[in-house]
Each structure stands twice: as C-alpha cells, then as structure tokens.
Ligand binder design. Structure first.
Ligand SMILES: [Zn+2]
Length: 236
C-alpha cells in the first residue's frame, strides 16, 4: 500500500474510532499532513464520521483551498491548515466538539493536568484557551487559534471544543481520548472540592511515563478492537 493510501486508511479508521468513543458526532474531524508537501488530507464535509472510507478523503492546501477530492472540505478546515503552516513539527491535527472539554472551557477556571492515567498530554501548566467563540471559517481565525496553541499539543476553544495536534495520527487519536477523560475527571473532582493540580515537576514526570510510542500504540490497538467489535470498521 502506498504511503498516501496508508494515511487515508488511518484517517478513516481514526474517524470511526473517535465516533465510537463519543468524541465526534456529526461534526469534528481529523487530518494529516501529506509528507513533503504544503497539502493536507482531511475528512470531507458531508460524509458521516461513522462510515467514512479512505477514498472519501479530500486534499487542501494550507490556505484551506480544495485541491483534490469528490467532496467539499469541512468549513473549519482553516484550523487544520493554519496549524500545519505554523507548526512544521506536527503531522496530524484533530478538531473536536468534545463534551467535557467544551464544558471546562465555559467556566472561569484554568484546566490543569491533575490525573495520570489517562495522562496529561498537555502541560505543564493550564491548557491554553482560545477565547473567541465563533466557528473557525477564515485563514485569520485559523492563525489566531494556532497562535493560542503555541508550542502546546492541545488548545481549548471557548464554548466550542478543542484542537489536538501531534507527530502522527495515532498520537493525536490517543491525545483526544486522554484529553476528554482528563477533562471528565477534572470536572468531577471540581464538584467535590479544590482540585490537587499537578505542579510542573509532577506533570513532567507523568508525561515521561505516558508520552511514548508504546502507550500511544496501546490506546490505538484497544480502540481498533473496540470499534471492530461495534461493527464499525467494515470497508476500511
Ligand atoms: Zn468546531
């Protein structure tokens, strides 16, 4: 299988896995940089995240312009395109309307790393928060999100969701899973009292144990199996 076809397959798999994990529904998307180019592959606009196939993926440039594909690019493609433009070190991006992260983005309280498994795929310190609640429909808005993201691996979008970036599709998928679980735990702990957030040293030590290929592969393999069991991997 060619490298491009392999990436399309992994995008379709990860989209169905995000759906099966309740992290995307009718919206939300994951993309990948086409190696050595100024183009990206992304889930198209009108196709269900639960049934998308490798051949459905579309290609855009880093201005969000459609280059190739039988469908439209999603309207928020600018978030992906401008993240790749700003960050030469990242290979994959996901944008989620993830429920618990969106909830935490709505309160005036920083979201800190505070639980180890699932880990802090972010930190040290609180997760950056992009304050403009509008959807990301322009290059300028995409640039503004990338600026708030900075060198981090995730950014919360106020009242909206999040963007997660990483070195490969598998890493971004694992980051999405861990981020939502961390947000869910943080929310529940907050109801009981002040949260014992991790200091910088604690965050670094936790990340050292979790931030590695073997852990990411474990999260990926588990979700491949879970999604197959749900009957959602047909045709990939
Ligand atoms: Zn959105």
């Amino acid at each position: 299988m060619s490298e491009l076809n392999e990436l399309k397959k992994k995008l379709a798999m990860s989209s169905r896995m995000l759906f099966n994990s309740g992290l995307v529904d009718y919206s939300g998307h994951i993309s990948v940089r086409i190696p050595g180019s100024d183009h990206l592959l992304i889930l198209p606009h009108p196709v269900s995240r639960a049934t998308v196939a490798p051949d459905d993926m579309v290609v855009t440039d880093f201005e969000g312009k459609l280059i190739e594909g039988k469908y439209h690019a999603p309207s928020e493609v600018f978030m992906h395109a401008r993240a790749y433009k700003a960050r030469g070190d990242i290979q994959s991006v996901a944008h989620l309307h993830n429920h618990m992260v969106a909830v935490l983005s709505m309160v005036d309280k920083p979201f800190y790393p505070a639980s180890s498994n699932p880990c802090a795929f972010f930190g040290p310190g609180p997760m950056p928060l992009y304050m403009d609640p509008a959807l990301i429909h322009t290059i300028e808005q995409g640039d503004a999100v990338a600026k708030t993201l900075g060198k981090n691996e995730a950014v919360m979008l106020r009242g909206h969701g999040s963007m997660v970036v990483g070195q490969a599709i598998e890493w971004v998928f694992a980051g999405c899973v861990d981020l939502e679980e961390a947000a869910s735990r943080f929310y529940k702990a907050s109801l009981l009292g002040p949260v014992r957030v991790y200091n910088d040293d604690e965050t670094q030590r936790v990340m050292k144990g979790r931030h590695k290929d073997s852990v990411v592969q474990k999260v990926w393999d588990h979700n491949v199996a879970k999604t197959k069991l749900a009957g959602l991997m047909e045709g990939v």
